[in-house]
Ligand binder design. Sequence first.
Ligand SMILES: N[C@@H](CCC(=O)N[C@@H](CS)C(=O)NCC(=O)O)C(=O)O
Length: 138
Amino acid sequence: MAVTMSMRKMLTVSAAMVCAVAVASLYGASASTETRFIKNTIASHQIVIFSKSYCPYCRRAKAVFKELNKVPYVVELDQREDGSDIQDAFMALIGRRTVPQVFVNGKHIGGSDDTIEAYESGKLSKLLGINEEHKADL
Ligand SMILES: N[C@@H](CCC(=O)N[C@@H](CS)C(=O)NCC(=O)O)C(=O)O
């Protein structure tokens, strides 16, 4: 069967499409499911705490937002099967796998100590648009 000009064109276009898909899967879709979960969660909520339900440092971070009358979106990693994988994704993203990890307006605040510091310095209130009058000892 003779290969016509239009068949040759079709083959070229198909080959180009296969290459494009291969390149996209190598680069565009390279983020892990856990990384995408972290990014989507942070983008969908004003305040996010990646926490463990029994962790005293997490309790301290939660107390900061209670003091500010704000309700954070909390992901309890010890209550999820993919909790450890999410911690690994944090290691790749921010170089830490400890909890809590706190995010406000998509910005990484840090762990418990960082969150307390941001509260005490007024940085947290500023980020949340709160006019604070007093600060509790946490
Ligand atoms: N200095 C850190 C301490 C955080 C920390 O040590 N968290 C413990 C849990 S209470 C942790 O992540 N341990 C390792 C793990 O649970 O995988 C902070 O202020 O956030």
